[in-house]
Design a binder for this molecule. Sequence first.
Ligand code: 5GP
Length: 183
Amino acid sequence: MYDGDIASTLVTEQAIRDKIAELAAQIGADYASEQAESDLLLVGVLKGAVMFMTDLARALPLPVQLEFMAVSSYGSATSSSGVVRILKDLDRDIAGRHVLIVEDIIDSGLTLSWLLKNLESRQPASLQVVTLLRKPDAVKVDVPVKYVGFDIPNEFVVGYGLDYAERYRDLPFIGTLDPAVYA
Ligand code: 5GP
């Protein structure tokens, strides 16, 4: 599949599976007591977080509900500006709910920072973030990310939900693109 387009594998399918099991156990333990109040609400950001969200939901040892948001950030295809527009909002009120934002990747952190402010204003009981991938720049900005799968180098990656021009989301692993693909 996509023969020749992928330059290297950064995170294998097995490593993703193992990491999700690890994160699910940790999140399950952290939310065990909150579970009595209401089901944990996973908020996924379309489309990149879909694969991670569905695998995480099935690995978590507690009941969860799924909500999705779609946002577009103004800027080029490969970097964001922090100015965000909601394309699809949540279907329900999150006031009083325990909310966990599920992100595919945090780069500048601008999108997430905006999202946190937006969701915080709706008064959830708690609001935390889990991301599968984090790039070096994200460590510098002050966005509280409780659960991180992998810290990766500053390279453009695709696969497991992440795209380049809408392609490669269906790859089961995370890889880097051959520069010829951009050309
Ligand atoms: P941030 O606001 O943190 O800079 O941008 C986060 C968003 O940019 C991610 O949700 C994702 O859509 C996109 N993004 C950042 N880095 C990459 C990358 O390496 N590959 C892909 N496919 N998208 C990325």
